[in-house]
Design a protein around this ligand. Structure first.
Ligand SMILES: [Fe+2]
Length: 313
């Protein structure tokens, strides 16, 4: 069973234990989360000016929007302010910044489904991030930039947290994906031909939607089955998300149970320590390597083109 906590006052350790057991946490906006959302909002509003980014599909073609996103999404990922604010959000949640490692924050968009839902604005089918080489201890933090609607936000299938579903995640190797596919995300406007891990059986039921206000946070295990809800509203949804791992859990190999993920490679080299932006010690990364990493394929945080249409939600 998945319990949903709202503004729960727990220690980080207790919270992580519950997240690894399938619980989901919602947080009200805080000064730092609002600052991060304001940064994203400012960047997309400048990029789409004079139009409202939420209704840009009424003014521009999918190709034109994709072209703008191909600039603004990487700019957000690499924005120094984003790296400054993320640790503040962690600190506000009582996380020990010396033990917390995070991946670059992503800016996401979900347009009305008839408009643009591939390539750089890929609409994520139900998936676990662990099907994309994320470790079982990865936590996902998701923040809407504008008010969200149940029909353009995130959906969860908590019943699959501890139940397997047939999937083809064995096709996914993180290093191959980075080198072959990611750089071309902006080119996939009409449809996305990149092979991605997907359920190979019908997903039962409809997804649960948790609606957070702008700057609010949905925090969940990367092993949760989740999706981009097909946007049936007439406005675009913009959100920010990032992933974290905790040093103690990385070294102890703690995390959510792996019920069905078969991807290879690991995203462990992507995380930077919140206190000083250092990488995880290589001997800890080695705990997660499966032999598929070769020197010419392994990419580190900052090396990536990060075109924005990458794995996520
Ligand atoms: Fe995801």
């Amino acid at each position: 069973m998945t319990n949903v906590y709202i503004d729960a006052d727990l220690t980080d350790e207790e919270r992580r234990a519950r997240l690894y057991a399938g619980d989901i946490f919602l947080f009200s906006p805080t000064p730092a989360s609002l600052e991060l959302v304001a940064l994203g909002r400012r960047m997309i509003e400048e990029a789409f000016a004079p139009h409202d980014p939420r209704t840009i599909h009424r003014h521009k073609s999918p190709a034109e929007v994709a072209e703008i996103l191909a600039v603004v999404k990487p700019a957000f990922i690499h924005h120094p302010e984003a790296k400054r604010i993320l640790p503040m959000i962690m600190a506000e949640r009582g996380v020990d910044l010396d033990k917390l490692y995070f991946d670059v924050p992503r800016l996401r968009s979900a347009y009305p489904s008839h408009f643009l839902s591939s390539g750089i604005a890929y609409a994520f089918h139900p998936h676990r991030d662990t099907w994309y080489s994320a470790p079982q201890c990865q936590l996902n933090w998701w923040l809407p930039i504008y008010p969200v609607d149940p029909n353009n936000g995130m959906g969860f299938y908590p019943r699959y947290f501890d139940a397997p579903i047939a999937n083809n995640s064995e096709i996914y190797n993180y290093y191959e994906w980075n080198t072959k596919s990611r750089a071309s995300a902006a080119a996939h406007v009409a449809n996305d031909t990149r092979q991605q891990p997907k359920p190979q059986a019908p997903v039962e039921g409809v997804s649960q939607r948790y609606i957070a206000p702008p700057g609010g946070i949905i925090l969940f295990s990367g092993a949760q089955l989740h999706e981009t809800v097909p946007n049936t509203t007439d406005v675009a949804r913009y959100s920010i998300d990032f992933r974290t791992v905790h040093l103690d859990d990385v070294s102890a190999k703690r995390g959510a149970p792996n019920v069905d993920a078969k991807s290879t490679g690991t995203t462990m080299r992507d995380y930077l320590r919140a206190s000083d932006l250092s990488k995880l010690p290589e001997e800890l990364v080695a705990l997660y390597d499966d032999g598929s990493a070769t020197p010419d394929k392994v990419l580190y945080f900052g090396d990536r083109l990060a075109a924005g249409g990458d794995q996520g939600m």
